[in-house]
Ligand binder design. Sequence first.
Ligand SMILES: [Zn+2]
Ligand SMILES: [Zn+2]
Length: 154
Amino acid sequence: MVEGVVKGKICIGCKEFKLFKDFNPNRGFLQPRCKICSSLYTRENQMKLVVAWEPTILEIYEEFRCQCCGVKLKWYLSGDGSDAVHFDHRVGDEPINKPANFIKTTTPTDEKIALFESCDFGMVCRRCNKLLGPPEGRKERWIQQGEYINRGPI
Ligand SMILES: [Zn+2]
Ligand SMILES: [Zn+2]
């Protein structure tokens, strides 16, 4: 690289001069925000979308509570707390593959709300979500497990 050539640019978020390596690439260019600002920006946008979806979610589920074990749930933007809201696929081929991500990245237009509602996801905690397992063969599996438990000592 020739000496004197600019090796960075001003971030539109923090307005600081940052090196090119501090920006994520985006379709052959660099993002206008540095990596730090862009992750904050993403979180901010995700939070706005989660808040925008809340009335719809509450209309469908009435409250943030696991429909299996009854534990209170809340939203996490990142990480995965044991009381984080999980949406359970009850059929398997619902048009929304990752409902929590869908909500964090989608504006709740009438069309998107209808799409989400059509999936008829269950709201469960992480533990119950894991326990339930994949939707395929779920009932049969649980009947077998129920029979196993009934054969037990208690
Ligand atoms: Zn910045
Ligand atoms: Zn649960």
